[in-house]
Design a protein around this ligand. Structure first.
Ligand code: FES
Length: 155
């Protein structure tokens, strides 16, 4: 069941549009903000609220890599695997993070602190290699040890 706060925020997302369906991405982000991820149950409740079928909404949710359909850690690290980053240290950065955290893509650390995921170009190619943690963009991560100071900010 959607909470009152979620419904209020979803209605805010849908306000400019004639149909709630148009705001489905924003609505998914609202649910994710409140719950950390979008479970099957939440997806069904949200689809019902938006006047969509669960399959329609799931199609949108799974298309957007920033909507999480499985539980994630307290902080999500999205490592850019776009061409510029790939050419300037992506593999070293990913290797360093994987070793440091003990997880690969799709994994979550045992303490639930970090989840590691890939993401397409995040638009800061001039600062490659780059990644996003939660909503924050971090670039120029060469050599990869530079990420250590950044990780400390996310407990
Ligand atoms: S390829 Fe990584 S920011 Fe563009």
């Amino acid at each position: 069941m959607l909470s009152e706060a979620e419904i209020r925020e979803i209605e805010g997302e849908a306000k400019p549009y004639a149909s709630r369906k148009v705001a489905c991405i924003g609505a998914l982000k609202v649910v994710q903000k409140h719950r950390g991820w979008v479970s099957d149950e939440a997806l069904r409740d949200l689809a019902d609220h938006l006047g969509m079928t669960p399959d329609e909404l799931d199609g949108v949710a799974t298309f957007y890599s920033l909507i999480y359909r499985r539980p994630v850690g307290r902080h999500v690290i999205l490592v850019c695997d776009g061409l510029s980053c790939y050419n300037v240290g992506y593999e070293d950065l990913l290797g360093y993070l994987s070793k440091r955290l003990g997880i690969g893509f799709g994994g979550t650390t045992a303490d639930g602190r970090f989840t590691l995921l890939p993401v397409a170009c995040i638009g800061v190619c001039e600062s490659a290699p780059a990644l996003i943690i939660d909503e924050d963009v971090h670039g120029r991560l060469e050599p990869p040890e530079k990420v250590e100071e950044i990780l400390k900010r996310y407990e």
